[in-house]
Design a protein around this ligand. Structure first.
Ligand SMILES: [Zn+2]
Length: 168
């Protein structure tokens, strides 16, 4: 792990040199992602490699972290482990992006410098579900229903889950 990561990277130069980059970034350093977190503590570990596939410059990466989201069912915190891999085709224009093979998403590098943080944040945002929920039924509706406890145990569906589906 490198202690000092560059803020800006030059993807094409890294590709030419066949260089990789790895490190760890604090989640609170990603402003758009941080808005979605119930707790901003923690870091994301990443590794990036740059190479050519046929003649196309490719950035292949992997990011692992645990995001702490807010469960939309019970409103409690929810650990959301992320371990994602991605492959981006490094392109300088939308025309080039349109020519990319199907297995590559475009990484558009333009006049502005490419910010390392932006690449990692973009991929992490793709890992956040629209309606984060605990895997198990977490909302205890007996607390809210007037019915005495234990009488409605046979009921397995959750009306709030139905609501969440409708909202989609
Ligand atoms: Zn929950």
């Amino acid at each position: 792990m490198s202690d000092r990561l560059p803020k800006f990277i030059a993807p094409l130069l890294l590709t030419e040199r066949g260089r990789g980059l790895e490190g760890e970034l604090e989640l609170r350093g990603f402003p758009r992602l941080a808005e979605l977190l119930a707790d901003k503590r923690g870091t994301a570990v990443f590794e990036l490699s740059f190479f050519k596939q046929d003649r196309q410059a490719v950035l292949q990466g992997r990011i692992a972290t645990v995001l702490i989201l807010r469960c939309q069912n019970c409103l409690q915190k929810l650990d959301w482990p992320v371990d994602c891999e991605f492959r981006l085709g490094i392109v300088a224009s939308l025309d080039e992006a349109n020519l990319l093979p199907d297995d590559l998403e475009p990484l558009l590098i333009g006049q502005e410098k490419t910010i390392l943080n932006d690449i990692i944040e973009e991929e992490l945002l793709l890992s956040v579900p629209l309606f984060p929920k605990h895997a198990k039924q977490c909302f205890d509706h007996r607390q809210y229903a007037a019915a005495p406890a234990e009488t409605k145990q046979t009921r397995t569906d959750n009306p709030f889950a139905v609501l969440a589906t409708l909202k989609k």
